[in-house]
Design a protein around this ligand. Sequence first.
Ligand code: G3P
Length: 230
Amino acid sequence: MKFFIDTADTKDIRELASSGLVDGVTTNPSLVAKTGRKFVDVVAEICAIVPGPVSAEVAATDFDTMLKEGRRLARIAKNVAVKVPLTVDGLKTCKALSSDGVMVNVTLCFSAAQAILAAKAGASFISPFVGRLDDVGASGMALIQEICTIYRQYPAFKTEVLVASIRNPTHVVDAAKMGAHVATLPPNVLRQLYAHPLTDKGLAAFLTDWAKTGQSILDDQPEERVAKAG
Ligand code: G3P
């Protein structure tokens, strides 16, 4: 499963990317607005930090302008994935850009029918928003299961399921069980994935017992012992 980070905060991206576990980044107009910075500059900086796909969303809603914006965004860096909303004009833009070899992430997906259209339009990624479906009493993970099942019936579909609007580690684990290709994680959720109280407790016990030995691994060079042993 690939892990993308769902933020435009380059400080968070730099910190989490240093783990070696970050395969890409997704942004959206709301996340970019939070930075207070120039959109193109933020995208360029993120693309330089993370070599994997970096989603940058168009702002227009009509095909002609979406296509112009998408081509402009694609010129920022080779790892830009142009994000378009799941509308008729968004799908037309997806078809045109993907035909030009541009990565496209079709976003704001809330039904399996929409996901089928995105795959037919040649999307590189489809972004179903699981948290927002849960927020209205629907089941985001049921949608992921539906989409993964449908996509598996059609090997010609090259679209990867990019689970978005993730709220907690359970969303990540359940998406992995279903075979979703990518999870895009808010920074705090990625940090939550590492944490388990039993790990902390067990490590503390190991360190306490190790301290009692009075030894240091770095003091005794194994090659010295071998030489002494003759
Ligand atoms: O960036 C796309 C998606 O992950 C946003 O999720 O619902 O937390 O705004 P949300």
